[in-house]
Design a protein around this ligand. Structure first.
Ligand code: ATP
Length: 226
């Protein structure tokens, strides 16, 4: 009998990114319902920054109580304020957080079934200027999926869904990578300018591409690949 390990491939990993309100969470859910194992980088960071976690303790050890909210949790706004205009402080923060995120990410991958299709949801994967966030090893990824949405559409959706201030959303978008910069690193572009039904179809095509890589048949990416 052929041993099972010979009949299944190793874990297949993909990166998923997109601008604010582009539809990353929506796409994540659609991929998850098709069987992908989602690894949400922001959720891992939040988990590691809970009071009592080593990352939380290390951050408070470095910056003191000014980054602790009255309820004992991390005061994210205070941290953002500190690192916003100081590259050394930002490097310190990344040095405290990213190695721990990498360890937790690897732990989840190690626990995944051999034939899992893993999607790393990393909103800030592409930095302003177009470089990739370098704190993670992307070399084992089979591709980067970019959710691409016209800025005005994304802003409209976020304002409508979350009641956020339009200028605020626009300012955040302006501080991040551009659509062109993201598309330049994409192996698969998911166009989310249309309806949810159209997005679902695009995700179906994307899933076909992802699973065809798994079976060694690289097809179905024409027209979607930048
Ligand atoms: P953020 O960057 O803020 O985390 P996101 O990229 O994860 O956002 P979503 O939360 O998936 O984006 O989508 C933003 C909003 O737009 C949500 O309310 C979502 O339901 C809605 N939305 C996403 N795609 C579509 C679509 N094709 N048609 C209509 N609404 C959509």
């Amino acid at each position: 009998m052929t041993p099972l390990r010979d009949t299944v491939g190793p874990v297949r990993e993909f990166g998923l990114t997109g601008g604010i309100g582009s539809g990353k969470s929506t796409v994540s859910s659609m991929l998850e319902s098709r069987g992908a194992l989602l690894i949400d980088a922001d959720a891992i960071v939040r988990q590691l920054q809970q009071p009592g976690e080593p990352v939380f303790d290390a951050m408070v050890g470095w910056w003191g109580d000014r980054i602790v909210a009255p309820d004992g949790t991390l005061n994210r706004a205070a941290v953002a304020e500190i690192v916003f205009s100081d590259d050394d402080e930002l490097a310190r923060l990344n040095g405290l957080v990213h190695p721990a995120v990498a360890v937790e990410t690897q732990r989840r991958i190690d626990e995944a079934p051999d034939d899992a299709i893993v999607v790393h949801d990393i909103p800030l994967l592409v930095l302003p200027g177009g470089e990739l966030l370098t704190s993670r090893d992307h070399e084992q990824w089979l591709g980067i999926i970019v959710v691409d949405t016209p800025i005005e559409t994304a802003v409209d959706r976020v304002v409508a869904a979350r009641g956020m201030d339009r200028a605020d959303v626009q300012a955040r978008i302006d501080a991040q990578a551009t659509r062109d910069e993201r598309r330049a690193v994409a192996d698969f572009v998911l166009d989310n300018s249309g309806s949810l039904a159209e997005l679902e179809q695009a995700v179906a095509d994307c899933w076909d591409w992802m699973t065809s890589i798994e079976s060694g048949i690289e097809s179905g990416r024409e027209g979607d690949v930048s």
